[in-house]
Design a protein around this ligand. Structure first.
Ligand SMILES: Nc1ncnc2c1ncn2[C@@H]1O[C@H](COP(=O)(O)OP(=O)(O)OP(=O)(O)O)[C@@H](O)[C@H]1O
Length: 245
């Protein structure tokens, strides 16, 4: 498991945005964070990515403690799938993946960066489209490239910042199922930030509802039967807790 504790984070000495968010990620499972717009969900992921510095708290993984004071963008624990794919329009799909590992060292025994990237494209079933450019593929395909870019880094955990929000219902459903299976098969850890209560109930076994600024965990739901359709009562309770900021 990965134990995460963000005690405090504020932007440029302003009021704190996050206060005492403690969560534990479990292998092969997706943990969801849900909360009103502006409550600090993306900030939380950015702190974990090392994109925002100055947070206090720590991360514990395999009996090793990592303090946020020493945390930075070069950490190998987390990679992120953002809300929109942010592909480089002048590079083809393959090179959009390769660039994600451009700073990684490839040892003699390892495969070439191209092979690593092609394997990631196979996982998202896009290897036949590797020579296409971002404007030649659909949004759903671009989002799969974005998943491949996170997978290629082979980090322990994947942070998902509303990755399905801009997709049509059909593509969203297919990618959601695919994602849940991938996390399970590869024994990775994952955090999903979403506004969509049904998505959280469909994909995750633990759902934390955040509230307030600075945001704190208001309530945690344990959703052991995540695939069951009988979640309407829980769905209504979560919606009533989210409120607005
Ligand atoms: N770069 C920044 N500098 C200063 N304040 C920021 C910055 N980014 C976000 N904030 C503030 O931090 C708070 C949390 O923002 P954040 O984007 O993390 O919320 P969120 O829960 O992800 O919102 P949404 O669901 O709308 O994406 C907000 O009050 C926002 O205005």
């Amino acid at each position: 498991m990965i134990k995460i504790s963000v005690e405090n984070y504020s932007y440029q000495n302003k009021e704190p945005v996050i206060k005492n968010i403690n969560i534990t990620l479990k292998e092969g499972k997706i943990t969801s964070l849900i909360g009103a717009s502006g409550c600090g969900k993306s900030t939380f992921l950015r702190v974990l990515m090392g994109m925002e510095t100055g947070a206090t708290g720590q991360i514990e993984f395999k009996n090793q403690d990592f303090s946020f004071q020493k945390w930075n963008i070069k950490q190998k624990l987390f990679s992120m799938v953002p809300q929109v794919p942010h592909l480089l329009p002048w590079k083809n799909i393959l090179n959009n993946i390769i660039i994600a590992i451009s700073n990684e060292k490839v040892t003699k025994e390892q495969k070439s960066k191209e092979e690593i990237a092609i394997n990631a494209l196979k996982v998202v079933q896009l290897e036949n489209h590797k020579n296409k450019f971002p404007d030649e593929i659909s949004l759903g395909m671009a989002q799969r490239v974005s998943f491949a870019r996170a997978l290629v880094l082979d980090t322990q955990a994947i942070l998902l910042d509303e990755p399905f929000a801009s997709l049509d219902a059909h593509t969203r459903y297919i990618l959601q199922e695919w994602l849940a299976n991938k996390i399970l098969e590869t024994n990775k850890y994952a955090i999903l930030v979403t506004h969509d209560v049904r998505e959280a109930l469909f994909l995750s076994e633990e759902i934390h509802v955040l509230k307030g600024i600075p945001s704190e965990i208001n309530k945690t739901f344990y959703n052991e039967n995540r695939n069951e359709k009988s979640n309407i009562k829980t769905e209504k309770e979560i919606i009533s807790l989210i409120g607005i900021n």
